[in-house]
Design a protein around this ligand. Structure first.
Ligand SMILES: [Zn+2]
Length: 243
């Protein structure tokens, strides 16, 4: 059974290298480290080996008003780190950060375009902005996307799944998330921990798979297989068992 943490910030763990070894020892087959500033993106790239650890790079809402020349920077990094950089993100919109929404949207759109230019998926962050996020994904015709820590309701989930996107769920239950998991096809579900936030670590992704398997009424193996296949397809990466 292959377990994958499709979204975390392992570079922010107290000791990232130790956190990675511990995750791999505890059965995690692959980890995707996402940056939301250029500094964090660089740190994720440094940790990536293109085998077990992969990076997605980008400027998130929190940094949208702070970073400049980010498109050029991201392009360079994508070209220099083939096989390690596998997507753009996390990017998106957040109603709770200082940066104004107009600027956030501009930065979000720039990076959707960039992802399309390179045929890469985007890792989308949304906090209290899901309707606007969906409008922008449509307007920009985003091709491949994963909605990290999915915050929407059933209506949003149906719409996003019909657009071919993936919804990502953490190892935390809520009645809303459980309803959505029940309704969605396993073909649209991926798992993440967002660690080290909320005191999680990548091996907690096992719990996310357990929740999904239980709600879907399938074995752990078949849930994990479907999820891992989704992550392979989305990020175009090879995920294999073993050290
Ligand atoms: Zn995150």
């Amino acid at each position: 059974m292959l377990l994958v943490d499709a979204h975390c910030h392992i570079n922010l763990a107290k000791n990232p290298k130790e956190a990675i070894s511990s995750a791999l020892e505890n059965g995690v087959a692959a980890i995707i480290c996402s940056g939301d500033s250029l500094k964090d993106s660089e740190e994720c790239i440094e940790l990536a080996d293109g085998k077990r650890i992969f990076a997605t790079i980008g400027v998130g809402p929190d940094f949208a008003c702070k970073e400049t020349n980010y498109v050029e920077w991201l392009k360079e990094k994508i070209k220099e780190n083939k096989g390690k950089v596998v997507g753009i993100g996390e990017i998106g919109l957040d109603a709770k950060v200082e940066c104004n929404v107009k600027k956030q949207e501009e930065v979000f759109r720039d990076q959707i375009k960039l992802a399309k230019e390179f045929g890469m998926p985007i890792v989308v962050h949304s906090r209290q902005m899901i309707n606007r996020v969906i409008e922008i994904l449509k307007e920009e015709k985003a091709e491949k996307a994963m909605l990290h820590f999915f915050e929407g309701d059933e209506k949003h989930a149906i719409e996003l799944a019909s657009m071919g996107y993936f919804l990502s769920f953490p190892p935390l239950e809520s009645s809303r998330r459980n309803r959505i998991i029940k309704m969605l096809s396993l073909n649209n579900i991926v798992t993440e921990t967002d660690s080290p936030f909320a005191g999680k670590e990548p091996s907690d992704v096992l719990k996310a798979v357990e929740i999904i398997a239980r709600i879907k009424g399938v074995s752990m193996e078949s849930a994990a297989d479907a999820i891992t296949q989704n992550i392979r397809n989305l990020f175009n990466i090879n995920i294999v068992q073993g050290p």
